[in-house]
Design a protein around this ligand. Structure first.
Ligand SMILES: [Zn+2]
Length: 544
């Protein structure tokens, strides 16, 4: 695959925008009647087509041969916009250019007439991120825009956009795209890419992406890179087990275990990649409720997947009802609706609070299949004091750096190996850093996402793969100096240390491990000094 699917398959005409028919119809009418507003506000969840539609509108109003409100997507102007060469389309990312200076700059330049087309189109993405002063400057501009200027503001959080701005914009609410529409689009893409896919595979991906076509297309690409053609339902299940509401499950695991550092870093990663924190909170509470009900022996009314159920069961077994109720109370009281200050703060406070108030006793016996684990009495589950956690929040993104992780790992038999977490928010960040990076042949983020586990040994970061083809693809990329450098830089940026990268197959080692050793809870307990004393066989089909 030569291009990230999402970019490659970006709609080029309004009629290709998926799942937003009423909006598209209105916009086409406006263009064909030449009654286009000077300020638009596109709001709605991520991945629903806001920015794509803004770009198409820029073409539609400037196209030399528009037809029925659509750009022809072929004339000189359309082409230069497609190639991102047009000087008349100015895209501003509110998240990175939030300074008032950029908007002042915009105000100065907006007076100049367009170079090529009829209109200058300013697309301001994530407009809610602008500072107060920047909003004021923007307001002055859109109050009296020159006739040749069109502003298209896009946001996922419309409640953070000042009313004074709202009132001057024509507002369009992009809705979550239905699973059917997404599935149909995925079907189109797979056929066009020459892949075969079971329809249940595409349906699963469509449902898991909760209305975001971008998420769905990224998942599909991941599946294509990881598994090749044909894509099966089982592969989709595999893939989704690694993402989706995985995060909520993971968070609940951390809360139950009082793993403050991990929980904080998970929240900050989620926030950084645009996850809806309220949604995450809701899902986590739902799972916490599940843990409480399982603990109480009430399982009839639980509607969880088998996978989720298997994960929740040991959490119930390893934790006291007191602690569970405490966590649930604190967590459901966290008010994530606030629109001022740091978005992650209420959740962070809830995490820290849920871990204290009670003496951090070692009540955790993480895994049912381990009948006895010996914990050092001085290694409580809470690995740091709330005060330390707060300091880390103040320092910016809370995350566990390798040095911190290492300091909590006792040296094991003189080996230099330090385990790196399997379900690993830090690794997710590396993957995210590279999601737009193309190596010699492959998308590097997609390749690294297929890495099943990692290990650091003698200054090398060893990446393990479950599929030979992925391992070979990454090997090939690492041999390319440019790709290697890009990967190393991302690792350095996220993990704070520069590593040489090596790749190996994961299977040999994990197949020798007992089921208990394969459990990430057991590994985590071992990292904190626990030792497996004895294991007993579990009934088949219950290997967590
Ligand atoms: Zn055109």
């Amino acid at each position: 695959m030569t291009e990230v699917l999402y970019r490659k398959w970006r709609p080029r005409q309004l009629k290709e925008v998926v799942g937003q028919e009423p909006i598209i119809q209105t916009l086409r009418n406006a263009v064909s009647l030449d009654r286009v507003a000077h300020a638009f506000l596109f709001c709605g969840p991520r991945g629903t087509g806001k920015t794509s539609t803004a770009r198409i509108m820029a073409k539609a109003v400037n196209c030399l041969k528009p037809n029925d409100g659509e750009p022809d997507d072929a004339c000189e102007i359309c082409q230069s916009i497609n190639d991102e060469q047009s000087l008349d389309i100015i895209e501003i990312d509110g998240a990175s250019n939030n300074g008032v200076d950029h908007i002042r700059d915009l105000r100065e330049k907006v007076a100049y007439t367009p170079q090529q087309g009829k209109y200058k189109v300013y697309i301001i993405d994530e407009v809610h991120m602008l500072s107060g002063a920047a909003f004021n400057a923007l307001l002055k501009t859109i109050e009296e825009p020159p006739g040749h200027a069109i502003f298209i503001l896009a946001t996922t959080e419309v409640h953070k956009v000042p009313l004074t701005i709202l009132s001057r914009c024509q507002r369009y609410d992009f809705r979550r795209i239905s699973a059917e529409d997404i599935q149909a689009q995925l079907h189109k893409l797979t056929s066009a890419e020459g892949y075969e896919a079971e329809s249940e595979c595409l349906a699963l991906i469509a449902r898991a992406s909760s209305g975001s076509l971008r998420d769905a297309e990224n998942l599909l690409e991941q599946a294509m890179v990881s598994y090749g053609s044909p894509l099966t339902e089982a592969q989709a299940r595999d893939l989704l087990a690694m993402g989706g509401d995985e995060r909520a499950l993971e968070l609940v695991g951390h809360l139950v275990n009082k793993s403050v550092t991990e929980a904080l870093s998970l929240i900050n990663d989620a926030s950084a990649d645009g996850t809806d924190l309220r949604q995450l909170q809701r899902m986590a509470i739902n799972y916490l409720r599940g843990v409480v009900l399982i603990k109480s022996g009430v399982t009839e009314s639980l509607e969880y997947s088998n996978e989720a159920f298997t994960r929740l069961k040991p959490m119930a077994a390893s934790s006291s009802i007191d602690h569970l109720v405490h966590v649930m109370r604190v967590f459901s009281n966290a008010d994530t609706r606030g629109d001022e200050g740091v978005a992650t703060l209420p959740m962070e406070m809830a995490i820290v609070e849920s871990s204290i108030e009670r003496t951090p006793a070692v009540t955790v016996m993480p895994v049912t299949s381990v009948s006895k684990t010996s914990m050092k009495p001085d290694s409580p589950v809470v690995s740091e004091s709330p005060q330390q956690s707060n300091q880390r929040i103040e320092n910016g993104r809370a995350r566990s750096s390798p040095s911190v992780a290492n300091s909590s790992v006792p040296p094991q038999g003189g080996t230099t190996r330090a385990p790196v977490r399997e379900s690993d928010p830090e690794w997710d960040s590396v993957v995210r850093e590279l999601r737009r990076s193309k190596g010699e042949r492959f998308n590097l983020g997609a390749l690294l996402r297929a890495c099943t586990s990692r290990e650091i040994s003698e200054g090398k970061l060893i990446l393990k793969f479950g599929h030979k083809s992925n391992m070979e693809r990454l090997q090939q990329e690492i041999e390319n100096p440019h790709s290697r450098q890009v990967i190393q830089e991302a690792v350095q940026k996220v993990m704070g240390t520069s590593y040489e990268i090596a790749v190996i197959m994961a299977d040999v080692e994990s197949s020798r491990q007992s089921p208990a050793q394969r459990s990430h809870l057991v590994r985590k307990a071992q990292m904190m000094g626990a030792r497996v004393v004895s294991e007993k066989e579990e009934e088949p089909g219950n290997d967590e």
